[in-house]
Design a protein around this ligand. Structure first.
Ligand SMILES: Nc1ncnc2c1ncn2[C@@H]1O[C@H](COP(=O)(O)OP(=O)(O)OP(=O)(O)O)[C@@H](O)[C@H]1O
Length: 678
């Protein structure tokens, strides 16, 4: 079992006998190993696995932890162990206790749908004041920020609209625009209620409020949950804490975290929360782990140096249990294509000449958008890869089209679903659809919709739409069949709508969607959990992140990830892309020390993923920009500006073929030799 490979401190943490524990430790020191070990230990001690809940930030890490616990125990001991994200966990509670939480018959909506609801609410109203224009997306952001940070509306407006400025003029402006924003946010809440929509934050709030206010709810859940194991505790935000707090009376908390890896402040997380653990949680202890088992010392020296430059004191100097290795490499590149080619060639060389696998390579980027040229080069050079971060499978337009048909059967009051499903068909625009929807949501139930749909819409479209609705309705007990039937009737129109990349890209997602449907007992569950899950396990393989399904069949692949999705990941060889001025820190963040420091932590997370080889690329053009800026007297803040030479080896891209030397005047070309005419 995994517990045998624990050092003294890790073992002490795993076998903790007290009430609540926080393991506060640096990168690669074995926090994940402690969570795995803890779950296995509890099960071995006789705790039923279904009384243990593991909470993580991504479905992928939840799956990984659960699988590792299972692998470390004999037989099927951990079969019913549950690992989920906060959202997915709350959703499961709503499904399991429909009466307790009173949320059955509701539809969970994703951020795209939230925006659609907000657009409906705003109509043609625009909030404009002194050059500031607040669009529906920003209203959603303000609403979500306020709820996640549990701060009032004025504070959320100040942070998001006025970049946190505190002065009399700003306060006056906030006082003027706040009432207008408030009206729209309240209308949004009403609209959610009417459409029976639950947004992501609602999932947490519904559970939290019920538990806080209802002793019976606490009693019922205390029968179900005895241990909460929480990963990445530094990134829990006030809303998540609001949810967790009532569980302190119910379950034992086992949290792991690292303040230097807190990278979610835009969702309201505050890394200082780990420092408050003892004062917030009665009867608790904090334990520290200090040995890094992941990386060689040179990689840690660079990471230590980076975090040491911060004005904040993280009190971290990671020491490698594995000893010395290679210096990290810093490669200056002239363009994104050069960068992409360098990485591709380096990987291929490792693969063909150094016996490494593709999975030994992890590529980290601040944004998923930035990796597009890299993906293009990988496709061209036939390097298999998967992407983490970016758009999720269930958020892809073609998938949403088919899901919309299921949504309106599941909840016939779902106006967003209707709008998408109806306007999918040629000849039905938003105005027409709006009229039909007004009629359809006036029915009492989906059965009445099924009976009247053809008449409400009329014509051939009416027949087609009604046929699809009725078929789904009849098969609502079998999600896979419902999906198959819906897809077969929509396939032709889908192929036409997405004709640009239908065959190469989108079409192959549907068999996967059907397989996915097979995992759910009802359409409602598919919609809510399917939307929430980042990477669903299918046949033991994580898939459904981005439209990378074909490559998921190949087990050996490179991972291209955003740093935010790379929490907990590690690899032999790591490439950190575009560590250039204006990116680290981002030019946008220069006004805020907090944001600059968050960018520093993002880079820290990226650097500490590497086990043996760390390669950092940066754009030479931006280096010259920053030097110019410095000459003009501005401070660049660039994190690598003062990088001591001995911490990295600077490399010239060995794969760029410099232009060969040639003579200046062309010779005459003679094509008359080579053929023997004798
Ligand atoms: N006692 C140990 N002996 C050998 N290897 C260990 C030990 N503890 C951890 N490791 C290895 O060190 C690496 C990092 O461990 P782990 O992922 O648990 O750290 P972490 O603290 O969760 O890291 P991070 O916060 O950076 O994601 C893993 O490869 C793990 O297998």
């Amino acid at each position: 079992m995994e517990n045998h490979n624990l050092n003294e401190k890790q073992k002490k943490a795993v076998e903790f006998e007290g009430q609540h524990l926080l393991v506060l430790a640096g990168a690669g020191t074995g926090k994940t190993r402690c969570i795995v070990g803890r779950a296995a230990y509890l099960i071995e001690q006789g705790v039923p696995p279904d009384k243990i809940q593991i909470l993580t930030f991504t479905k992928r890490s939840a799956n990984e932890i659960v699988e590792r616990v299972k692998a470390s125990l004999s037989s099927n001991q951990a079969q019913s162990l549950n690992g989920s994200t906060f959202h997915s966990w709350c959703n499961q509670l709503l499904v399991r206790y429909p009466n307790l939480f009173g949320a059955s018959g509701y539809t969970v909506i994703d951020p795209d749908d939230q925006l659609s609801v907000m657009k409906m609410v705003c109509g043609d109203q625009i909030i404009e004041y002194k050059g500031i224009r607040i669009k529906p997306q920003q209203l959603i952001d303000i609403y979500s920020y306020g709820r996640n940070t549990r701060q009032n509306l004025s504070h959320a407006i100040r942070e998001l609209v006025y970049k946190g400025r505190v002065d009399d003029e700003t306060t006056d402006e906030i006082d003027i625009i706040r009432p207008k924003i408030e009206v729209l946010l309240k209308a949004y809440q009403t609209k959610k209620g009417e459409g029976r929509y639950i947004d992501y934050d609602d999932l947490l709030l519904i559970v939290a409020n019920r538990l806080r206010n209802d002793a019976q709810a606490r009693e019922i859940l205390s029968e179900q949950i005895k241990h909460l194991l929480i990963d990445e505790f530094q990134d829990t935000n006030p809303l998540q804490w609001f949810l967790l707090e009532p569980f302190l009376q119910i379950a034992k908390f086992y949290c792991v975290g690292d303040d230097a890896q807190s990278i979610y402040s835009f969702r309201g997380a505050d890394f200082k929360n780990v420092h408050l653990f003892k004062s917030r949680v009665p009867d608790s202890e904090v334990m520290i782990l200090d040995k890094n088992y992941r990386s060689t010392q040179e990689i840690l020296d660079l990471s230590n140096w980076l975090i040491d430059q911060s004005p904040l004191d993280y009190n971290k100097q990671l020491v490698a249990a594995r000893g010395q290795g290679q210096l990290p490499k810093l490669i200056n590149v002239g363009s994104q294509w050069e960068e992409a080619n360098f990485i591709a060639e380096h990987i291929l060389e490792n693969f063909t000449e150094k016996n490494k696998q593709f999975t030994d390579h992890l590529i980290l980027s601040k944004s998923s958008y930035y990796t597009k040229p890299l993906q293009a080069v990988f496709i061209q050079k036939k390097i298999p890869y998967v992407t983490y971060g970016g758009r999720k499978f269930m958020e892809a337009a073609h998938i949403k089209d088919v899901i919309a048909a299921l949504r309106v059967v599941n909840n016939h009051l779902d106006e967003i679903g209707w709008m998408r499903f109806l306007t999918f068909w040629d000849g039905i625009g938003e105005v027409k659809a709006g009229k039909y929807i007004a009629k359809l949501v006036s029915y009492d139930n989906p059965l009445q919709c099924a009976q009247n749909l053809a008449d409400v819409i009329g014509g051939v479209e009416g027949e087609t739409i009604s046929d699809i609705y009725n078929t789904i309705y009849l098969n609502s007990g079998n999600v896979k069949v419902a999906l198959q039937e819906a897809y077969s009737r929509m396939e032709k129109s889908l192929a036409f709508k997405y004709r640009k990349d239908w065959e190469e890209k989108r079409k192959s997602d549907f068999p996967v969607l059907e397989m996915l449907g097979d995992n759910y007992a009802s359409i409602g569950q598919l919609i809510s959990e399917g939307i929430l899950e980042n990477a669903k396990q299918l046949n033991g393989e994580p898939v459904l992140e981005g439209s990378q399904l074909s490559t998921s069949e190949i087990k050996d692949h490179v991972i291209i990830s955003t740093v935010h999705s790379a929490k907990g990941l590690e690899a032999e060889v790591c490439y950190v892309l575009n560590v250039s001025p204006k990116v680290y820190p981002s030019a946008w963040n220069l006004g805020s020390e907090e944001k600059i420091e968050e960018d520093r932590r993002v880079l820290y997370v990226a650097l500490t993923r590497a086990k043996n080889e760390l390669l950092i690329t940066r754009d030479t053009n931006s280096i010259s920009t920053v030097h110019k800026t410095n000459a003009a007297g501005f401070s660049s803040n660039y994190f690598l500006e003062e990088l001591p030479k001995h911490l990295t080896e600077q490399l010239v891209n060995p794969y760029t073929l410099g232009k060969p030397r040639d003579i200046s005047k062309p010779n005459d070309l003679d094509l008359s030799f080579g053929m023997d005419f004798s």
